[in-house]
Design a binder for this molecule. Structure first.
Ligand code: NAI
Length: 266
């Protein structure tokens, strides 16, 4: 059965939060974004407007659709105001377990029990993030990719307490967003980051060792393996700070030296 979403709250209005909010509004849902830094909110809205404008100029969106999408997005100055009455809450704050736990716990005190609560974490344990939530069965990972409006994949990350109904609801949410879901068991880095980060780190180590230039290492993957973008350019797009945190976490949890961040990255 299709999970009916009317109102979405997105917590964190950075690169991912803004992209997710735009995708939710494009799916026709009333969407509220919030951020601990209130000054980030107008910047996020301006960024969304710029992306929508780009779609209009490429003929992908009519001006009427642009206005309707923009009209469905608003901002709130607190998590409580954003999440009250939401059917779907997506957390997209900094990749830090304690910060995410605090944000999710705060959201869980105001959302209706039936709401689906999700994290956009790239690597952290979804089970650990569920600690302290009153309804962990309605909590899971919805891992979007950057830039959200272009990337088709959403990883649905289920932990031991996620129930079947929540998993089905997540599948219907992802399809309504016109994205392609994969379902992954909660484990460090899930499917995408665990594989993708290895390539990025190894590419940086290769630059460090003078194997080839950054440009040529990227070309090796683009032309030799048909990757649309080389691992170094992709690491820049994700953000070196974001990738560093993921690498440190994977190194700690998987205990594998291939995840140790190279000095050049630091
Ligand atoms: P970002 O740094 O652009 O945005 C994070 C936002 O969270 C900032 O605006 C910050 O002010 C806000 N924030 C921090 N603490 C907060 C709090 N306590 N309450 C409310 N807002 C708070 O980061 P980005 O890149 O958007 O990443 C967000 C999440 O998405 C991270 O978990 C990251 O691992 C994940 N992710 C990032 C991808 C990327 O390519 N950058 C791809 C997929 C997932």
């Amino acid at each position: 059965m299709t999970y009916l979403v009317h109102r979405v709250a997105v917590i964190g209005s950075g690169t991912m939060g803004a992209g997710i909010a735009q995708a939710a509004a494009t799916a026709g849902w009333s969407t509220v974004i919030t951020d601990a830094r209130l000054e980030a909110l107008p910047a996020a809205l301006t960024g969304i407007e710029r992306t929508l404008e780009g779609s209009v100029s490429r003929g992908k969106l009519s001006t009427g659709e642009r206005d309707a999408i923009r009209g469905r997005i608003s901002s709130a100055s607190s998590i409580a105001d954003a999440c009250r009455n939401a059917d779907l809450v997506i957390e997209a704050v900094v990749e830090d377990l304690a910060v995410k736990q605090a944000v999710l716990t705060e959201a869980s005190t105001v959302v209706p029990h039936s709401a689906l609560l999700a994290t956009n974490t790239s690597s952290l344990s979804v089970a650990a993030l569920s600690t302290g939530l009153p309804h962990p069965s309605r909590f899971l990972g919805l891992h979007f990719f950057n830039p959200v409006h272009l990337m088709k994949l959403v990883e649905i990350v289920v932990h031991e307490k996620t129930d079947d109904a929540a998993r089905e609801d997540a599948l219907s949410v992802v399809r309504a967003l016109r994205k392609e879901p994969i379902v992954v068991r909660d484990s460090p880095g899930f499917a995408s980051s665990r594989l993708g980060v290895v390539l990025g780190l190894e590419a940086i180590r290769m630059v460090e060792q003078g194997v080839a230039s950054a440009h040529d290492i990227d070309r090796a993957m683009e032309l030799g393996y048909n990757h649309p973008m080389g691992p170094l350019r992709l690491t820049d797009l994700v953000g070196l700070d974001v990738r560093l945190r993921i690498a440190e976490y994977l190194h700690r949890t998987l205990g594998d030296d291939q995840y140790e961040p190279p000095q050049l990255m630091r």
